[in-house]
Design a protein around this ligand. Structure first.
Ligand SMILES: O=C(O)CCC(=O)N[C@@H](CCC(=O)O)C(=O)O
Ligand SMILES: [Zn+2]
Length: 348
């Protein structure tokens, strides 16, 4: 048996992808003894397909490491992929795992040249084109998602959970960005699934973006979310007990035919994005401490950031900051502000 097949049988897909990428660079498929087809498409891209269709059929993309230093989601996915490869778990649904930015993982950085989570919906090929690894990888990941959902029969549900951790501490430790739905209804069953993951704070985005979750939501009609599970820490430094609910719920989603947790909307904290503040000048500065946690609220009129020619202030009492980062490239998002919101949902 070839060395890479033995290591795959031992569950070492991520290790092969990171440290022996040539061994998983040529697409190959094989059958597990439980009937699952495993398809290795490229380093960091692996798909599991069950032998038979059920009454309920879900097509699920789980991505992690789109930012290379966000290690807890990478460790969660590595662990689930290991269990699927070694057959201690069997997925009832088609599932595609994407380990995003492999080179950035090796140097424990968010990215090497460019923030990959601003390069989807074709942004990878605009401007300078496919000129760096993140741009080329974003296109490969998009193509993998397109090919995966192309095999989903009409009527089956499509899902994409893009798992991240945040740079700052957060008053609400776990939260999800619900991409802009262009007047489609928000899904109550998806909110219930997120709550089962321990994610009870939801930010409703109100505009198109070039993030991975918006891409799958808008271009593939998937239930898609950016899911923030905690804080950025180096590999091996995550307290995995803080991610137990998320790992349990993701595993249940894969292994049960119709995992359908419930939630009361009153249990959730819903915000909508009020301001998207992009850095336009070199002298952009935030007017609060570097360690101020996400979801800290300000009074109306408080100055949040300034740069030549612009002052950005809270527009309402209670407006809170999320993802502040003055060190982004010119033109990119340096801060979101959010305000409490109400939510109408569909039943699905
Ligand atoms: O903590 C931070 O500042 C960033 C954490 C992170 O990577 N968040 C995502 C959110 C994507 C979205 O808005 O859907 C990102 O900034 O790419
Ligand atoms: Zn991230």
């Amino acid at each position: 048996m070839p060395m890479e097949r033995r290591l795959l049988d031992e569950g070492e897909f991520l290790a092969l992808s990171r440290f022996e990428p040539q061994s998983v660079a040529t697409p190959k498929s094989y059958l597990l003894s439980n009937g699952t087809t495993v398809s290795v498409f490229a380093p960091g891209i692996i798909c599991f397909e069950p032998a038979k269709r059920l009454k309920v059929n879900k097509h699920i993309v789980i991505s992690c490491g789109i930012h290379g230093n966000e290690t807890a989601p990478i460790e969660i996915c590595d662990s689930i992929v290991k269990e699927l490869l070694t057959e201690s778990l069997r997925s009832a649904h088609r599932v595609l795992f994407l380990f995003g930015n492999l080179p950035a993982m090796d140097v424990a950085e968010r990215f090497i040249s460019e923030n990959m989570n601003r390069l989807f919906s074709g942004a990878h090929s605009q401007g300078a084109g496919l000129c760096n690894e993140e741009r080329r990888r974003a296109k490969i990941l998009e193509d993998a998602v397109t090919a995966f959902f192309a095999e989903a029969p009409a009527g089956d549900s499509r899902h994409h959970y893009d798992l991240h951790t945040a740079i700052r501490e957060s008053k609400n430790e776990k939260f999800a960005v619900y991409p802009f739905l262009h007047s489609k209804p928000h899904s109550r069953s998806q909110l219930a699934f997120l709550a089962a993951c321990g994610v009870k704070t939801i930010l409703l985005s109100e505009s198109p973006t070039t993030t991975f979750s918006y891409y799958s939501s808008f271009h593939h009609g998937a239930h898609a979310f950016t899911v923030e599970l905690g804080k950025v820490r180096p590999f091996g430094h995550n307290d995995m007990s803080r991610f137990a609910d998320a790992q349990f719920a993701l595993t249940a989603l894969l292994t049960e035919e119709d995992y359908a947790p419930t939630v009361k909307l009153e249990e959730l904290e819903i915000f909508r994005v009020n301001q998207v503040i992009n850095r336009q000048q070199d002298d952009f500065v935030l007017h609060f401490a570097d360690d101020l946690p996400n979801f800290t609220a300000f009074s109306k009129g408080a100055v949040l950031a300034t740069e030549s020619g612009a002052t950005y202030s809270a527009e309402q009492d209670g407006e809170a900051i999320v993802f502040p980062n003055a060190n982004v490239a010119i033109g990119q998002r340096a801060l979101l502000t959010v305000v409490p919101a109400r939510l109408e949902t569909s039943d699905v």
